[in-house]
Design a protein around this ligand. Structure first.
Ligand code: GDP
Length: 446
């Protein structure tokens, strides 16, 4: 999977990592090549364009991190962007929602996409790995061979199939599957709906009717990964009419260009849950955006090098602050520093989360509506204070508060809130400082 794209991308990025300094032109040239590589892999134009723009922006605003080269940082940015493009809303790839048994899962897709094969692969997985009692039913009344195919696969993997009743329509079969699943104590039942060679109204109407009866917990679209952008178009059509919850991309074992995987979630917003990697019943793999991005880039060592370098710098900064706090020092300048850090790290969880003992406080602050806008106003308040006031916040009496509030364009009550927050934090720092480093952890946990 992704061999071509992978070798193209690593070729382009390899050049960058070998250079010491990078000009903006170097990065632009490389990114143009990245864009071409994506398009050649059949990634949609809009997705390729957005990808490159995002990388360009992040690479430009990038602070220089010591111990890694600019090129290595670009590799890391490309990697992170790949993960972002690949990651669905589904935080747990490969997980299927099986709420109240018997849970219906509806499999949809075009004929020849690998739908029946994938239905059996999923059934095998659910039964073997998750210990579920699984029932499969074929609703492909137009092709008796397809119904027989599912029965054969069922026997092969040791999963029950709903007995074939000649002459029943798909909706009647779906109803029968439902009652059979309930009576037989099945955890889950998979409905292998009919396919057609192309998306057409007849197919959609049939699948809709089944959906309305079965009320599936998951509607999984099976698409042929080799068809590139067509696969994404098919997904859009099915999602628009039926509503899908996830995608399985088949034939990713081939030397296809793999672009469907990269465009799928950006275009449809639906997660790829699994990929099919062959005809055998266990040739089904969970789709992990991180791992796949790693595979595409093939530069895992550089990515982890940059990650480590960043962690080290953040840890050094936290350590430096910690030392100050241990000495009982925490004035308004420190608070401003913390607030700026939070903004830089993209919100509350940032530096607070990195410091032992601060997790609880950060949650409290978040719960009280502490977002980026609030942080910015608080920084403005601190900026409106005099140097002396920042060092000695106790000086802040009524008239000073009024002046500062006017300077920052906020109400006096907001100045009071900030002062109170500072006092609480300073107290906590002092206490933790006294406890020493080990005690801090214990204090935080108790
Ligand atoms: P359906 O018409 O959508 O139900 O498609 P089938 O399940 O009958 O699959 C069509 C063909 O594709 C069969 O020969 C399968 O063995 C094959 N197939 C399905 N999934 C994969 C896959 O992930 N990789 C490869 N190489 N072949 C697959």
């Amino acid at each position: 999977m992704f061999e071509n794209l992978s070798s193209r991308l690593s070729g382009v990025l390899d050049k960058l990592t070998k250079q010491g300094a990078l000009s903006e032109a170097d990065v632009s040239t490389a990114l143009r090549e990245v864009r071409v590589a994506l398009l050649e892999a059949d990634v949609s134009l809009a997705v390729a364009r957005n990808f490159v723009t995002a990388v360009q922006q992040k690479a430009t605003g990038q602070a220089v991190t010591k111990s890694v080269t600019p090129g290595q940082q670009v590799v890391k940015i490309v990697h992170d962007e790949l993960v972002a493009v690949l990651a669905g809303d589904n935080p747990e790839p490969g997980r299927l929602r099986i709420d109240s048994p018997p849970a219906p899962i509806m499999m949809v897709g075009l004929q020849g996409s690998g739908k029946t094969t994938t239905t059996a692969k999923l059934a095998k997985r659910l039964s073997e790995r998750e210990g579920k009692k699984v029932l499969m039913a074929s609703l492909d009344t137009s092709r008796p061979a397809a119904m027989e195919q599912l029965a054969v696969l069922g026997r092969q993997i040791g999963v029950d199939t709903l007995p074939i009743v000649v002459g029943q329509d798909p909706v009647a079969i779906a109803k029968r599957a439902k009652s059979q699943a309930a009576l037989g104590g099945y955890d889950v039942y998979l409905l292998d709906t009919a396919g057609r060679l192309h998306v057409n109204d007849e197919l959609m109407a049939e699948v809709e009717a089944v959906r309305d009866i079965a009320k599936p917990h998951e509607t999984i679209l099976v698409v042929d990964g080799l068809t590139g952008q067509d696969a994404v178009n098919v997904a859009e059509q099915f999602d628009g009419r039926i509503g899908i919850s996830g995608v399985v991309l088949t034939r990713m074992d081939g030397d296809g260009r793999g672009g469907a995987a990269l465009s799928m979630r950006a275009v449809t917003g639906k997660p790829i849950k699994f990929v099919g990697l062959g005809e055998k019943m266990d040739a089904l793999e969970e789709f992990h955006p991180e791992r796949v991005a790693g595979r595409i880039l093939g530069m895992g060592d550089i990515v982890s090098l940059v990650e480590k370098a960043r962690e080290t710098i953040e840890a050094e900064e936290a350590e430096r602050m910690m030392k100050r706090f241990q000495k009982g020092r925490f004035d308004m300048n420190d608070l401003a520093g913390q607030l700026n850090q939070m903004l830089k790290l993209g919100g509350m969880q940032g530096i607070m989360g990195m410091m032992p003992g601060m997790g609880k406080l950060s949650k409290q602050m978040e719960a009280s509506g502490f977002d980026d806008r609030v942080i910015k106003r608080q920084i403005a308040i601190i900026n409106s204070m005099t140097k002396k006031e920042r060092k000695l916040p106790d000086l802040m009496q009524a008239s000073r508060k009024k002046r500062v509030a006017a300077g920052a364009g906020v109400e006096v009550s907001e100045v009071n809130k900030l002062l109170k927050m500072h006092r609480q934090m300073a107290d906590m720092m002092k206490k933790m400082g006294k406890m020493g480093k080990k005690g801090m952890m214990r204090g935080a946990l108790s």
